[in-house]
Design a protein around this ligand. Structure first.
Ligand code: CDV
Length: 333
């Protein structure tokens, strides 16, 4: 019996700074209803799906920015999402800014900020939580930039690793699900850690400016999208998994984010792609047994991986210059 799962990527158009949670949540609920009508069993929303991409705004004291985060999930404002999950019998993935009161590595309980995603079962129970590991951008205000990218100021590095859990989704029965967030998709390590846990469905949201704001060189607009797709397609292929990659798109508070949300199969093929830069739902039927081909042949990790050659991956963070070649001394001299 094939294990079929119908997945939806719910791309969002921009969320302006002044837009209230109630308006945003109503948009998400509408997309859940549409997803249900189109037969989807799980719907994936983007990174920071409840607010504008607030790390573009500098705040001297981030405690003054707490209104961008959720300290309870569900809350009164987000409860309609959980009700819609029950009503439409649909699971959902949601990205949001999280405030958690928990112990840090020194054992001190304090207020902590994370860039977080959860997967919620149709019953309304949170099945899996992930906190973004690869935080791009900078910590201090950068006068050289037209638009700030202060994720290193607003969030701590995620402390949950890249967990994968086997949980029932729709008619497919148990599915190995995992999550990553935006910049994580560009790092093969994120994918491989989940590939090593036999992930079958990676859910990920992103907010990616159409222009490289670092202004350290020219990156053509179309290549920004190509690099995003390249990373996701390679990650899916090399780890024999489906991927649902979902954008927040359009001009948000004067900053353009690209859309081009995609659903990708384990062969690395794009099954569906969003074409607007607005709220848009794309749906694909996934035959989860497709994951077996890669996993049992070219990417049979147990048979072919060579961990004895991979030491640098864990021992070293930055790159180092290689040893320099010099011609061998002549034997006669
Ligand atoms: N939200 C992100 O992580 N965005 C980064 C941008 C800043 C490069 C990304 O990798 O898409």
């Amino acid at each position: 019996m094939t294990r079929r799962l119908t997945v939806a990527a719910a791309q969002l158009g921009p969320i302006q700074k002044a837009e209230g949670r109630d308006v945003v949540v109503a948009r998400l609920v509408r997309l859940m209803e549409t997803a249900h009508k189109r037969g989807a069993e799980v719907v994936v929303f983007p990174e920071l799906a409840l607010t504008t991409f607030f790390p573009r705004w500098y705040e001297e004291d981030i405690n003054n920015a707490d209104h961008w985060y959720e300290s309870a999930m569900p809350s009164n404002e987000t409860a309609p999402l959980f009700e819609a999950a029950r009503k439409y019998n649909i699971g959902f993935h949601l990205g949001y800014g999280e405030i958690a009161y928990e112990a840090d590595e020194t054992g001190v309980v304090r207020k902590r900020h994370f860039n977080t995603a959860i997967y919620v079962h149709p019953s309304g129970e949170v099945v899996l939580k992930y906190r973004k590991v690869h935080l791009p951008g900078h910590k201090e205000f950068d006068p050289a930039r037209k638009v700030q990218h202060l994720e290193k100021r607003y969030f701590e590095v995620g402390n949950l690793g890249f967990p994968v859990v086997r949980a029932p989704i729709g008619q497919a029965g148990p599915v190995n699900i995992g999550m990553m967030i935006c910049n994580d998709r560009r790092w093969p390590e994120s994918w491989r850690v989940m590939g090593l846990q036999q992930v079958e469905l990676v859910m990920l949201g992103y907010n990616t400016p159409s222009i490289n704001q670092d202004a350290k060189g020219f990156e053509a607009h179309h290549l920004r999208v190509a690099h995003s797709h390249l990373s996701i397609q390679a990650g899916c292929y090399q780890n024999a998994t489906f991927g649902v990659a979902v954008a927040k798109a359009g001009v948000e508070d004067g900053c353009e984010l690209f859309g081009n949300s995609i659903i990708v199969n384990p062969q690395g093929q794009i099954m569906a792609e969003a074409t607007s830069w607005d709220d848009e739902l794309i749906v694909a039927d996934c035959d989860l047994d497709m994951c077996n081909l890669g996993r049992t042949t070219i990417f049979n990790f147990a048979a072919h991986r060579r961990v004895e050659a991979y030491g640098r991956i864990l021992e070293q963070t930055g790159s180092v210059a290689p040893a320099e070649w010099a011609p061998a001394a002549k034997a006669a001299e």
